[in-house]
Write a protein that binds this ligand. Sequence first.
Ligand code: URA
Length: 237
Amino acid sequence: MSTNGAPVPPPQPSLLKTTASSNGTVPPSVFTLPQTAQLEALYTIIRDKDTSRGDFLFYSDRIIRLLVEEGLNHLPVVKKTVTTPTGSTYVGVGFEGKICGVSILRAGEAMEAGLREVCRSVRIGKILIQRDEETTQPKLFYSKFPQDIAKRYVLLLDPMLATGGSAIKAVDVLMENGVPEDRIIFINLISSPEGLRTFSEKFPRLKVITGWIDQGLNEKAYIIPGLGDFGERRYCE
Ligand code: URA
C-alpha cells in the first residue's frame, strides 16, 4: 500500500537487456518465459550468493516447472474427441506423440523431477559430456536412452547454456541415435547470448526454451551475472 492507501502497482518486468544474435534479435527458434516481475523475483533469489541451499532448491524447482510446462506447449497435438460425464461430446486435443527427457549430467539431473511432476512415468535418458583434455573439445563419456528414442520427442535438459559446447555435442549424439533435429526441445534456466547464437545457428529447427538470457560469459566461461555453478549450488552445502 502507498501512504494514501492506494495499492502500489507491481514493478514493471524488466525488459530483456541482452540480445542473442548479431542483428540484435533473439533467434526465431528461441523462446523465453514471459519476463514477469514474479519470474524476475525467483531469479533474484537463486542468483543471490547468500541464498541457502534449501531455498535454491525450492526456487530453482519453481522455475524448472514453468520451463517444462512451456516446453510442452511446443509439442504438436492432434484432434481428440471424448465423452464427458454429462454424456456430451467434447472435441479437444491430445499430444501427438510420445516424449522422453534426456538430462545432460550432472546438472541436468536436477530438472528430471520437474519433468516427472508434469509427465507421469515419463522415460528419461542420460548423457555425460566432458571436456577432452587432449583436444579441449566436448567428448561423450556415457549415454543411455530409451530404446525407441528415435520415435519420441525429446526434452533435452541442462540448466545453463554457456558456450553451447555440451548442448551441441548432446544434440549430435541424439541425432546419431536417430532423433530428428526438429523433435528435440532444449530447456534451460539461463542462457548466454553467445551460447544461444552458436547453438541456434547450428540447429535452427530445434526449439530452445530458456528462462532468462543473461549478459555474456566471463573468461572462465561462467555466465554473467548468472548464478555461479548450478551443480555446486544444487548438490553441495
Ligand atoms: N555452468 C554453470 O553451472 N554455470 C555457469 O555459469 C556456466 C555453466
